[in-house]
Design a protein around this ligand. Structure first.
Ligand SMILES: [Zn+2]
Length: 205
C-alpha cells in the first residue's frame, strides 16, 4: 500500500489495552477479518502491521480508492486513562503527519469511509464535536513541532556585567539581545513586569 491518509478508530472495548488488541490479531480463535496498523493506549503505541501493507479496517471493501487500500488505520483504546491516551494519540499522529509532510486534511474517521459510528467516543450524538476537537489538537501539536524546528538558529553572545555572566545572550541582525531580567539583576536593579500594559520597569537602588 502507498498510504495517502490516516484513519482514526476507537476499539469499542472499554477493557482492552493496546497489548490486548495486538494479541487478539494473532489469537487463533479470532475469525474476524479485521486488522489495523497501530493501536495506542495510555501507555504505548504498538505497530501491528507494516505501514505499507493493507489492513482491513475501513469497512469499505477493496476498491483501489477504498480506505482499506489507501489508509493507515489507528485504533485508539478506550481502557484506562482516556485523556492520556488521547494525548498520546495526538502526539503520535502529529508526528506521523510531520514525517510525511501532511496536514490534518489527511485525517479520516472510520465514519468517512463507511458511515460506521467510529471513532465512537468522538461522535457526540452526531455532532462529532470530539472529532473536531481532536483534529484541532493534532493541528496544535503539529504547529508546535514545526515551530520547534523552523525556529531561526541564533548565534550565541556572551554577555558579562561587571564580570558576571548573563545567560541567554544572542546576536540578531548585528545587535546583542539578552533577557532584561538577567541584565537588570546583574546590575543590582529591580525589575517588574506589567502584563496588562506589557511594560518592563527597571529601578536602580
Ligand atoms: Zn473503526
Amino acid at each position: 500500500m502507498k498510504p495517502t491518509t490516516i484513519t482514526i478508530h476507537n476499539t469499542a472495548n472499554e477493557k482492552s489495552s493496546a497489548a490486548n488488541e495486538r494479541a487478539w490479531l494473532t489469537n487463533p480463535s479470532n475469525k474476524v477479518q479485521a486488522s489495523y496498523h497501530i493501536v495506542i493506549d495510555e501507555r504505548e503505541a504498538i505497530e501491528c502491521l507494516p505501514l505499507n501493507e493493507n489492513a482491513w479496517h475501513a469497512g469499505d471493501g477493496s476498491g483501489i480508492t477504498s480506505g482499506n487500500r489507501t489508509s493507515i488505520g489507528i485504533e485508539i483504546c478506550e481502557s484506562g486513562n482516556y485523556a492520556k491516551t488521547i494525548d498520546n494519540a495526538v502526539t503520535l499522529i502529529a508526528q506521523m503527519l510531520k514525517e510525511r509532510g501532511w496536514g490534518i486534511d489527511r485525517l479520516r474517521r472510520h465514519w468517512d469511509w463507511s458511515r460506521k459510528v467510529c471513532p465512537r467516543l468522538m461522535y457526540d450524538a452526531g455532532t462529532w464535536s470530539g472529532w473536531y476537537a481532536f483534529k484541532a489538537a493534532v493541528q496544535g501539536r503539529l504547529t508546535e513541532m514545526n515551530k520547534g524546528e523552523s525556529g531561526v538558529k541564533l548565534d550565541k553572545a556572551n554577555v558579562k556585567v561587571n564580570g558576571k555572566d548573563v545567560k541567554d545572550g544572542v546576536i540578531i541582525g548585528g545587535s546583542v539581545y539578552v533577557p532584561l531580567r538577567g541584565v537588570s539583576e546583574a546590575l543590582g536593579a529591580a525589575i517588574t513586569w506589567d502584563n496588562k500594559t506589557k511594560t518592563a520597569t527597571i529601578k536602580t537602588k
